[in-house]
Design a binder for this molecule. Structure first.
Ligand SMILES: C[S@@+](CC[C@H](N)C(=O)[O-])C[C@H]1O[C@@H](n2cnc3c(N)ncnc32)[C@H](O)[C@@H]1O
Ligand code: SF4
Length: 355
């Protein structure tokens, strides 16, 4: 691996004497196999934009052969693969092939979906393939609010698809089934009702404040004054459909450029100059040099506190809260933990015996 600590872009007044370790492979590979969507949620950093030309520029489908090469390059590190960054994964044209290629290489699949087009056939495919986790983005408990935050009123349809997947899965271990709520002014009043409706029903409920794409930060988060390097740039590699790598999954319109894995390779980009520079600037507090990161406070995402209450393990950070059903904790492990420490062993052991 290249030693970047003596590179000519190192400022001698800010030497990089003790760089933070970078794992050999990213732990999380976020891949837009298809940047396409059947919704235009106003909050979405890509599809919420009213600049259709900018959207057209990032739309696209990853070639299957390129996808295979990419997966071959990372399989030794067994990263978790999220099959979309700013696309709807159920709309990947060759979804079954892509998912099979990922699992065949021993890598977990963790998908967020708007859930609209889940069929029995697809649900059965996910269960048979043992897709690791499917999280439905619901963001509401009424169709009026769904209309405001996701631009459609088909709440019953999405909810019935959550139950469809749980029914098809039955007592099988995978997929882990969850629902998520992205908190914003238009739905905040339904947060408590959402928690009441879903906690203990699905395996996991996730809540997270919205990222404000205009401000470039999570305006609802109070981060500590003392800033630290963002853990995401040591764990996560976001890849667009054209093989280009971004510094952050929040960069939907390709403001940052870390390299191209089809022209180089995943390890070459992961340990390459552009990401090394970004890590150096983070570690030495030179935020002006990383304009995309400068206003952002998402670096607090992994500082978790834990609470156990009424059969639920709650993990709360300034960004995410996860409500994990304790009797389905056995399927929350390995890279599915997404940067969390594993759940306490005694809780996993008390999980009911179905898994
Ligand atoms: C970008 S979507 C892509 C996957 C899929 N189409 C979906 O909606 O779940 C992934 C997740 O990001 C959330 N999301 C979208 N815009 C966001 C924003 N500005 N801030 C925080 N989360 C956001 C969505 O609610 C969803 O749970
Ligand atoms: S949040 Fe998901 S469903 Fe909504 S527009 Fe973005 S990619 Fe599509």
């Amino acid at each position: 691996m290249h030693d970047w600590t003596k590179a000519e872009w190192i400022d001698p007044t800010r030497p990089w004497t003790n760089p933070l370790p970078v794992p050999e492979f990213p732990e999380r590979l976020l891949v837009d196999f298809a940047t396409r969507c059947n919704l235009r949620c106003p909050m979405c950093p890509v599809w919420g934009s009213d600049d259709d030309r900018a959207i057209d520029e990032v739309k696209g489908i990853m070639d299957l052969e390129d996808a295979r090469r990419m997966l071959d390059q990372v399989m030794a590190g067994r990263p978790m693969v999220a099959p979309s960054v700013y696309g709807e994964p159920l709309l990947i044209p060759n979804l079954k092939e892509v998912f099979t290629e990922i699992k065949r290489r021993g890598m977990p699949i963790v998908a967020n979906t708007n859930g609209l087009t889940l069929t029995d056939d697809l649900a059965k495919f996910f269960v048979d393939l043992q897709v690791d986790s499917i999280m439905f983005s619901l963001d509401s408990v009424t169709k009026e609010t769904l209309q405001k935050v996701r631009g459609i009123d088909r709440l019953e349809k999405i909810e019935s698809n959550v139950f469809r997947l749980m029914r098809v899965r039955g007592d099988a271990e995978y997929p882990r089934v969850g629902v998520s709520f992205t908190i914003q002014p238009e739905n905040r009043h339904e947060l408590d009702a959402f928690i009441k409706r879903w906690v203990g029903v699905v395996d996991v409920v996730r809540t997270c404040p919205v990222f404000d794409t205009h401000e470039g930060t999570f305006t609802q988060i109070d981060a500590p004054a003392e800033r630290r390097p963002c853990p995401a740039i040591y764990k996560t590699m976001p890849v667009h459909n054209d093989g280009t790598v971004r510094l952050c999954c929040l960069d939907g319109f390709r403001a940052t450029a870390m390299g191209n894995i089809f022209e180089e390779s995943v390890p070459a980009v992961w340990h390459g100059e552009a990401l090394a520079k970004a890590r150096y600037y983070h570690e030495t507090g030179q935020w002006d040099k990383v304009p995309f990161c400068k206003p952002c406070n998402g670096w607090v995402q992994y500082d978790y506190e834990e609470e156990v209450r009424d059969g639920i393990l709650i993990r709360r950070s300034p960004q995410f809260t996860y409500y994990n059903k304790i009797d389905r904790l056995k399927n929350w492990r390995g890279s599915l933990l997404g940067g969390h420490k594993p759940p306490p062993e005694h809780l996993v052991e008390t999980s009911s015996g179905v898994l």
